[in-house]
Ligand binder design. Structure first.
Ligand SMILES: [Zn+2]
Ligand SMILES: [Zn+2]
Length: 341
């Protein structure tokens, strides 16, 4: 998924400044005939699972240590039926497993290895939300890295040189899982993108980030943006999206500070370019991609990332700002800056 227009050296680069009239994806021409196709994308698959508002909230509470149906229900104020369907989906997708309660009667839901591995996605979204979306007040949650004993902030770094990843320093090319599949928008749950749900009960930097990318069309527009698609007509053509939906999502993304609108040519024609904040969204996107590569694409990544700073292929790692080690869910504690019962 995601990223920049193609350069002639076979390794593409630069999400942000390439002047691409012809937007080409990762090395491969888009097939012309037949049904509309879209590129294989591990992030898209991840988004389909995680970005449903209720699903996300259930996973978040599981990271906070909630295991039992009643507790999920009281924490989230979620209708039983809704909670049942989300828990079933998470079990079906191998993110949670259920077992007979050890302490109390009834079932418990616990994160699987695959589920626990979503922690870095959560942290990366938190990194973004803490930086851009707290409105000048301290972040709602302070993370403590138990391994080193310090308060830490998540930081997304290159697995090879351990320097922080910046969008403009990443090239991409096709990986072993590259290709195209028929385009479809799936709606698993009718109320899936109700943004008002996301901060129910807890203020949350992750939830704030999801309000921006959690809508599926917004996500697809952002993805085209990283591939170098900037113009309204071009987006419409690539996505098969109606002009009013596209206009609506673009104006929301401009309002949220992700895109800035720039006039080009003569008349009322505009391009949508990432702001500094928009560029920063790249980090959670590639962290989601890594999770999707690992768990949903059978390890066959559709895209390979290269860090231009060190010249190596890399994976994004989410590490502790204090000691630089990767942060695992079980090694963290937290302090909340708000009350919860
Ligand atoms: Zn590097
Ligand atoms: Zn640490």
């Amino acid at each position: 998924m995601i990223f920049p227009a193609q350069l002639t050296d076979g390794v593409s680069r630069l999400p942000l400044s390439a002047t691409s009239k012809t937007t080409r994806s990762s090395g491969e021409e888009r097939p012309q005939a037949g049904p509309r196709l879209e590129r294989h994308c591990s992030v898209r698959k991840t988004v389909e699972i995680v970005l449903d508002s209720w699903t996300f909230l259930v996973v978040r509470e599981a990271f906070f240590g909630v295991r039992r149906f009643d507790k999920f229900q009281s924490r989230l104020g979620v209708p039983r039926q809704t909670l049942s369907s989300r828990l079933a989906m998470l079990v079906e997708n191998g993110i949670l497993f259920s077992r007979k309660g050890v302490v109390a009667r009834g079932h418990e839901y616990l994160l699987t290895k695959k589920g626990k591995d979503l922690f870095s996605t959560m942290l990366s979204l938190m990194e973004f939300g803490d930086k851009w979306l707290t409105g000048g007040v301290p972040p709602p949650l302070t993370l403590i890295h138990k391994t080193c004993g310090h308060v830490c902030h998540p930081a997304t770094v290159c697995s090879d040189c351990r320097a922080p990843v910046q969008a403009i320093e990443v090239n991409f090319r096709d990986g072993p899982g590259a290709g195209f599949s028929p385009f479809e928008i799936r709606h698993r749950f009718r109320r899936s993108s109700d943004p008002a749900l996301l901060e129910r009960v807890r203020p949350c930097s992750v939830a704030r980030s999801l309000r921006i990318i959690g809508d599926r069309w917004s996500f697809l527009i952002l993805r085209e943006g990283w591939f170098g698609v900037r113009r309204f007509d071009e987006m419409m053509e690539k996505l098969g999206i109606s002009s009013n939906i596209l206009a609506d999502r673009l104006s929301r993304l401009v309002e949220a500070g992700i895109f800035r609108k720039e006039r080009y040519g003569s008349g009322e024609r505009f391009e949508y370019r990432f702001t500094e904040m928009g560029r920063d969204l790249y980090k959670p996107m590639i962290v989601m991609m890594r999770w999707g590569d690992r768990w949903l694409s059978g390890g066959r990544s559709p895209l390979r990332l290269r860090h231009r700073r060190c010249g190596q292929d890399f994976e994004p790692l989410v590490v502790c700002s204090h000691c630089g080690d990767e942060i695992a869910a079980q090694d963290t504690a937290y302090r909340l800056t708000y009350e919860i019962d």
